[in-house]
Design a protein around this ligand. Structure first.
Ligand code: LLP
Length: 422
């Protein structure tokens, strides 16, 4: 579903003109479409049909409580990587028994809070974590369901900074060492190893790495059962790629094809499945609006300086990510294109949203729409250059609500403390 379309020459989100949001809330601002969030969730759940499976939304992709609530209301659980995310998920109405805690470095206090809350499962990523978790569980007089996240050593063929399932990556326990880790877990009276987990990367566009990894996990489940462990859960992680560049041949697999593959590869295994999609539920349901501050023709190219910057959306800088960018006001057909760098006001050459991008003529005051910004956008924002945290808006039909107001400069600066000895 594409909620961001031109209508009468201006882009809308569902039935809400983006120009009105830009005017009333100001720019930069993130805008999400509730209908698109719901449609993405629905498509995933429909594809899961017939499988014994659950969806745990990877909250890190977009952790606004309103967004989590939208999914929770449809029955989604949550995949979290910090107690901060746990509190957000619970604030959004996700039951602790529907929350899975992943992450490579959970602190003891976090594990304690998670166990006290009664989370469904902890995905353990190291032997050291098994020991800490067991000690915490014992002190609380609890027994905790765990899965061990294994590193299956497959190449997800995605950007190096978001690939996680290779031997060189910090994540999970090497699959060759997994049996020994399960034996260690089983020796701990307060840990109940019930599952195997994986997550091999993000923005994955082909099924093959998943298939390879699931086959390896299937082999491992057989070995673990032979070793006497009652393994009946398989957490297959997330990572499903979306289209960022619509005028290209970048085409991720369809979720239906993925589920079909999962069905084949897990047939007869008797495991309940869990999926942790993040990006594929929120990515294309959000845009970032930025207003052109000025246009600066240069010798090599034209610079369009906008009020949205790398602190608001770091993906182009950090991952060389492509986001489609279009003017809010529909350009005239056949408008001449100029090769343009769309940059922010931050004092770094890495501060750009797009480079060498053909754009129609732009002028100060025009608003640009940065597409596919619903995932890993607002959550990765910072206040670098003392720029307030960017606000977020949720649209439902012809109404909108600010689901995170723009931070004021006063709030931002008042957070600092000057010692009385200075
Ligand atoms: N499960 C685990 C254990 C994860 O680490 C992640 C993402 C997910 C699920 C959800 O993956 P998704 O379905 O969203 O691909 N900031 C980067 C992406 C980092 C992904 C981190 N882990 C970006 O902007 O591309």
């Amino acid at each position: 579903m594409e909620p961001f379309v031109y209508r009468n020459g201006e882009m809308v989100a569902e039935d809400m003109p983006l120009a009105r949001i830009a005017r009333e809330v100001g720019t930069p601002v993130y805008v999400y479409s509730l209908a698109a969030l719901r449609a993405n969730h629905q498509a995933f759940v429909a594809a899961m049909r017939g499988l014994k499976a659950e969806l745990h939304y990877a909250v890190k992709a977009n952790s606004n409580v309103a967004v989590i609530r939208a999914f929770a209301a449809l029955g989604a659980g949550a995949d979290i990587v910090s107690v901060g995310e746990m509190r957000r998920a619970m604030a959004a109405g996700v039951a602790p028994s529907d929350i899975v805690f992943s992450g490579v470095g959970k602190k003891e206090a976090e594990l304690r809070e998670a166990l006290a809350a009664g989370l469904r499962q902890i995905n353990v990523e190291s032997r050291a974590e098994l020991d800490t978790l067991d000690a915490v569980a014992r002190s609380l007089n609890r027994t905790v369901d765990i899965a061990i996240r294994v590193n299956p050593d497959v190449d997800a063929k995605t950007h190096a900074k978001i690939t996680t399932g290779r031997k060189e990556n910090k994540f999970g326990i090497d699959i060759d060492l997994a049996r020994e880790a399960y034996a260690h877990a089983a020796s701990k009276p307060n840990l109940r190893p019930v599952g195997v987990a994986m997550h091999i990367g993000s923005q994955i566009l082909s099924l093959e790495p998943y298939r390879d990894a699931i086959r390896k996990l299937r082999g491992l489940v057989g070995d673990l059962r032979a070793d006497g462990h009652a393994i009946d859960r398989l957490d297959l992680g997330g990572g499903y790629g979306i289209v960022y560049r619509h005028q290209s041949n970048e085409r991720p697999f369809a979720v239906g094809d993925y589920m079909q593959m999962v069905r084949q590869e897990t047939e007869g295994l008797g495991c309940a499945l869990s999926f942790e999609p993040g990006r594929s539920l929120v990515g294309n349901a959000g845009v970032l609006l930025g207003e052109v501050i000025l246009v600066k023709p240069g010798a090599a190219r034209t610079f369009v300086v906008v009020d949205a910057a790398m602190n608001d959306l770091i993906r182009p800088t950090l991952y060389d990510a492509w986001h489609d960018i279009v003017p809010l006001r529909q350009p005239a057909a056949g408008a001449p294109a100029a090769v343009t760098d769309i940059v922010g006001p931050i004092c770094e050459s890495g501060d750009y949203l797009a480079q060498e991008r053909p754009m129609p003529p732009l002028a100060a005051g025009d608003v640009l729409v940065v597409k596919s910004a619903g995932a890993y956008g607002a959550v990765m924002a910072s206040t670098y250059n003392t720029r307030p945290l960017v606000p977020e808006v949720l649209v439902d039909g012809d109404r909108y609500t600010v689901i995170r107001p723009r931070q004021s400069l006063d709030e931002l600066i008042a957070a600092d403390r000057v010692p009385d000895w200075l």
